[in-house]
Design a protein around this ligand. Sequence first.
Ligand code: DGY
Length: 448
Amino acid sequence: MSVTADTRVVLRDRTAAVLRSNDAGGWTKASPNLYPHQWSWDSAFIAVGWAQLDVGRAMAELEGLFEAQWSTGMVPHIVFRAGPDARYFPGPEWWDCAIAPSAPPVQTTGICQPPVHALALQRIWQVTPEARRAEIRERIQALYPRVVKWHGYLATQRDPEASGLVTTYHPWEGTDNSPRWDRALARIEVVKPRPYTRLDTRQVKDPSQRPTNWDYDRYLWLVGQLRKYRYDDAQIYRQYPFLIKDVFFSAVLVSANAALLDLADVAAASAEDRQRLEGWLERGRAGLARCFDTESGLCVDHDVRADEEIRLRTFAGFAPLFAGTADAGQRAAQMRLLDSEDFCGNPRFRWRLLPSTSPAESVFQPRNYWRGPVWPVISWLLWRSLSSLGYSDRADEIRDDSLDQIAGAGDFGEYFEPFTGEPLGSPRQSWTAAVALDWLAAEPARAS
Ligand code: DGY
């Protein structure tokens, strides 16, 4: 079912209003209160939304983010743009990135998030009107080498084994309290971090929607370790306890490399850059193929320190679909699994949308962040992949169900309860509004 034409018009106005009210002038708050600074992958999705309103503003979102790029190529997960008065914990003093020789002069964190930026750049170009093509082409040409450098950081510093898989250093590098990290976190004997006060649980009053204090102790202790190694990747790789080959992160890099290759002519990319991108793309595909578990039909993460596979049914197991795998057998297996009771086909789900963790897992919690809820940005990535893999009917259903979910909730929640559709986490989350805007533009108009 699709939202009616009238609902679409109202929804479009409301999505645009969310982006405009979170616009801080050239960059966008991830959400008005809970996340008052600029977040890396949020900004990429936000740029996808801005592109539907103003392609120049969409470019500015990415250009501003990349001004905070580290000299290693890393794009930091938060740029603390809102200044010291913004209420967010942990702030720049916990990270103290000035101790890292590669950090930029602006205040940032010392970790990163999945590289959705190239997908945003590709989307911006796709929707750029003829009249603005020359200007946007020039801006893409200026930004492109920085994005290549970012991918280069992930393909080398974050993959010294040249496995094609990106190593994540911290749960905050994407899917915070996903059960994928539970065992690795449990192995850490936490020396208590210095005393701290969480602010997130003041904003989101129901603590069952957020990570626990047990999680936070470990998140903060890990930040302390990274700080101790002055954010030096080589040293981190030698000594740091939390290193995980993350199949979802790796899949995003694969599709981001493909997106950069797609833009290579627009960006007037050098032959050398094209060659490097092709190499990383091939290596990424091969790495993911090696992690595919034929028995479960899912891709499995690998804990580098424990040298063990992480076997859990979560959205990340669909890495081959997110990466747009060319392997027909894997695709068919994953499509069957996607609509099985363990995932979208669960009969109690309100919509056939992918939950962050399968309801068949004992750790599933339908209200808790990455442990069960549906995240519209993940649905957007899946929609995009399925569309380009040729599963356009299933992709359209995901888009329509997602728009229904958002329209019915009456708010742009950060994530949604899969049985009831209740919006959870932060209200007026920018990236939720952004992907809704993009979906609305992609949805054929239907009579009410
Ligand atoms: C948070 O504060 O929960 C964020 O996910 C960290 O990036």
